[in-house]
Design a protein around this ligand. Structure first.
Ligand code: NAD
Length: 724
């Protein structure tokens, strides 16, 4: 084996068999990412292959991944579409050269091949991958408001058919190697790295003059091109399905569809150029800037511990929970037991009776049985997980727990009792966390003998699905406790945000403004259907009235009453908007007539025969106003209410960082992801424009819309929400 050269990013070697092995190894990065350096290396590899002594080429990687995708640092700096277009076309030129040399090129995929990484592999004549279910292949660009700009839409529609290409690029889901093999994206799977390379060599030996199918003279799209009757039929409905899902808020979804459709009518080169133009439109769009900024940069920063403070000037070593106690085996307790046992933590699940504790465990079993039915788990995995959960009524069983999470009834007295009982058996250093959704942590910590070790861990329901945990720091919570709680959230595979203590914390408080605004509209006589449509058009996962029904009106009323009592007792701290919101009158009125929400089968909707319908009598309670507002106004109200409340949380110090605010809003209550989060909503619009519109809304609908002082300051002095 002779080492030919070590171009900056791709190392080339050639054996006596004339096979060039091109190993991607971008210097100074932990991952291979597509940018000028990597493409220059691949270009050099193609030129080496062009020499007469080279018989074929294997493209592989020295990193853990094959190639992770486009270099987002580089893409984020683009401001003009031409920059994106030129970069995309330059990449394509290199890949085109590689696949048209008349010699076989094989991708040996030993790690993730995502986005630009999969596009590079698609320009190879064959692809083999390690048979490892953790390995991911896919075109996830759409999830960041982008489009595959390295030939992904063009080659996938020619390799797998137009419908499959649309699905892979339009949905952005990851595929396992097994799935990719089934689709025909891979030629084979290997059990080891050596086998992978041997398969690649064997393929090269068997295909000395490899050619891409689309370069064959009689090439036909599998399943037909965009004109073929079956495909045309799909095109008749796909755009409307996508429009319903995206509400037109995600330009990348439309651009991907256009790229696949138009590419399905054109020759390869023209299709490639069309794709690059759509890529350019996405790459510099505000939506992709919002999504990349939040769902890539801020999310990564949070996962790397941006909100995990140093202790005594030093970053504490990461900790792991070995034994976790859970007080209360209800819906939340069982959910937390499930996700914890899943990652190997031993769980003690305590309730007032053994039957209740066992019922919690049975709830976990039910979910696991469902997973087995769906082939997502096996009986052996289920049994191993269940064996880690010990139901009990004995506090003594909590001895040795590193962390105890309290998830009993939402009642201060009950919470205080269980806190004292648990602390009596816990070691000095153990952490006690409350999963309360409404009760301030500092108050709950008064029951604790070790308030420095007391913290809030606010999980969301259903626990196994919701990705966020809101960590609430009480007045006396220590940084060491925060660090340990943070580590535990990461350990169980959730994303942590950290906020300071306040009524409703951050997520419940801001989420409440969305629902309440919808209710206020109803009270003013806005047609309920317009309200619901506005919620969906705004990009929220569920419209406000339907959501209030899910939460239950009686629960909201109870929380508001509790807050009102607390405020009176405290002698009036800053009012929580939900307490005095005009929407609260609607909640009260519906509760009085027993329409308390979905759980009762009646709320704003009637529930029956598996279908729900808006309650026809709503119009009698809230007669339609003569002037029906434009949808734009309704959407503005729903979004400004949330963004402004998030800004208030920021200025009051409830929020500790912009990343926490944005990620918390998207992962916690589904704040329209295309805006990049509740504070990015304001950044994208610009503080001055936000303040101007907020003042208009305040003049018309009340002081709750008066812009937060922090944004007014940005508007006059410049600046935006930005973490240091
Ligand atoms: P739940 O009523 O389903 O479960 C509460 C459990 O606590 C019951 O099994 C009950 O028997 C047990 N319990 C009551 N008193 C106890 C005691 N003294 N000792 C031991 N166990 C006791 O309630 P849930 O929905 O699981 O909520 C639990 C906590 O989580 C509440 O503080 C709630 O506010 C919070 N929370 C709920 C949600 C949600 O969506 N349900 C979301 C986030 C947080």
């Amino acid at each position: 084996m002779t080492k030919l050269e070590h171009a900056a990013a791709v190392m080339l070697t050639m054996g006596e068999d004339g096979v060039v092995v091109a190993t991607m190894d971008l210097p100074g990065r932990t991952m291979n990412v597509v940018g000028e350096a990597l493409m220059a290396g691949i270009a050099a590899a193609a030129e080496r292959l062009a020499q007469p002594d080279a018989k074929g080429l294997i493209l592989s990687s020295a990193k853990a991944d094959f190639c992770a995708g486009g270099d987002l640092d580089r893409m984020s700096a683009w401001t003009r579409p031409e920059q994106a277009f030129e970069a995309s076309m330059a990449m394509k030129q290199v890949l085109r050269r590689l696949e048209t040399l008349g010699k076989p090129v094989v991708a040996a995929i030993q790690g993730h091949a995502l986005g630009g990484g999969l596009e590079i592999a698609l320009a190879c004549h064959a692809r083999f991958a390690l048979d490892d279910a953790r390995l991911k292949l896919g075109q996830p660009e759409v999830k960041l408001g982008l489009l595959p700009g390295g030939g992904g839409t063009v080659r996938l529609s020619r390799l797998l058919g137009i419908q499959a290409a649309l699905q892979i690029c339009g949905e952005g889901a990851d595929m396992s190697p097994q799935k990719a093999l089934g689709l025909g994206l891979l030629q084979g799977l290997a059990a080891s790295h050596d086998e992978l390379m041997a398969q690649a060599r064997a393929w090269i030996a068997a295909h000395p003059q490899a050619q891409q199918p689309w370069d064959a003279p009689k090439f036909r799209f599998p399943g037909g091109d965009s004109r073929a009757p079956a495909v045309a039929q799909m095109w008749a409905i796909a755009p409307s399905i996508a429009a319903v899902k995206s509400q037109g808020n995600y330009p990348a979804v439309q651009h991907i569809m256009s790229s696949v459709f138009e590419g399905g009518l054109l020759g390869f080169d023209a299709a490639s150029e069309v794709e690059s133009r759509y890529f350019a439109a996405c790459a510099v769009s505000q939506v992709s800037k919002n999504m990349v900024g939040t769902l890539w940069y801020q999310l990564n920063a949070l996962k790397k511990g941006a909100s995990r403070p140093p202790v005594g000037g030093e970053v504490p070593a990461a900790t792991k929970v070995k034994k976790l106690g859970i007080l209360g085996a209800g819906m939340m307790g069982a959910g937390i037991a499930h996700v914890s046992a899943k990652v190997g933590i031993d769980v003690v699940l305590l309730d007032t009776t053994l039957a209740a504790a066992e019922q919690g465990k049975a709830q976990v079993r039910q979910l696991l049985d469902k997973a087995i039915q769906r082939k997502r788990s096996t009986p052996a995995q289920r049994d191993a997980l269940l064996a880690r959960i010990t139901p009990t009524t004995a506090y003594a069983d909590l001895a040795g727990c590193d962390l105890v999470i309290e998830a009993v009834f939402e009642d201060r007295g009950v919470k205080a009792t269980v806190t004292r009982q648990a602390e009596a058996v816990l070691a000095e250093g153990a952490v006690l966390a409350s999963n309360t959704s409404t009760l301030p942590i500092t108050g709950l910590a008064r029951a604790s003998v070790r308030p420095a070790n007391f913290i809030g861990l606010h999980f969301f329901s259903p626990v196994e699905k919701m990705p966020l945990v809101e960590i609430i720091v009480g007045a006396q919570t220590s940084d060491a406790t925060l660090a340990r709680a943070f580590d535990c959230v990461l350990q169980i595979g959730k994303t942590p945000i950290v906020v300071n203590d306040s009524r409703g914390f951050y997520t419940s408080r801001v989420f409440g403004t969305y629902v309440m605004e919808g209710l206020a509209m109803l009270k003013e006589g806005v047609h309920p259907r317009s309200i619901e449509v506005a919620g969906l058009q705004a990009g929220m996962p569920m419209p406000p009235l339907a959501l209030q029904d899910e939460v239950s009106l009686s629960l909201s009323l109870h929380v508001a009453e509790q807050a009102r009592k607390d405020l009176a007792a405290e002698g009036g701290t800053p009012a929580q908007p939900a307490v005095d919101h005009p929407g609260m009158a609607v909640v009260r009125q519906l509760c009085e007539i027993g329409r308390v929400g979905k759980k009762a089968g009646r709320g704003f909707y009637d529930y029956g025969d598996g279908e729900k319908r808006l309650w026809p009598e709503l119009g009698r309670l809230y007669p339609l106003a003569a002037r029906q507002p434009e949808q734009r106004e309704l959407i503005d109200r729903l979004m400004f209410a949330q963004a402004n409340e998030a800004a208030r949380c920021f200025e009051e110090g409830v929020l500790r960082s912009v990343a926490d605010a944005n990620i918390g809003s998207i992962f916690g209550w589904g704040f329209a992801p295309f805006h990049g989060g509740a504070l990015q909503f304001i950044n994208a619009m610009g503080a001055a424009a936000f303040v101007a519109r907020a003042r208009e809304l305040a003049a018309q609908f009340g002081p709750r819309f008066a812009p937060a002082a922090v944004v007014v300051k940005q508007a006059t002095e410049g600046g935006c929400f930005q973490d240091p």
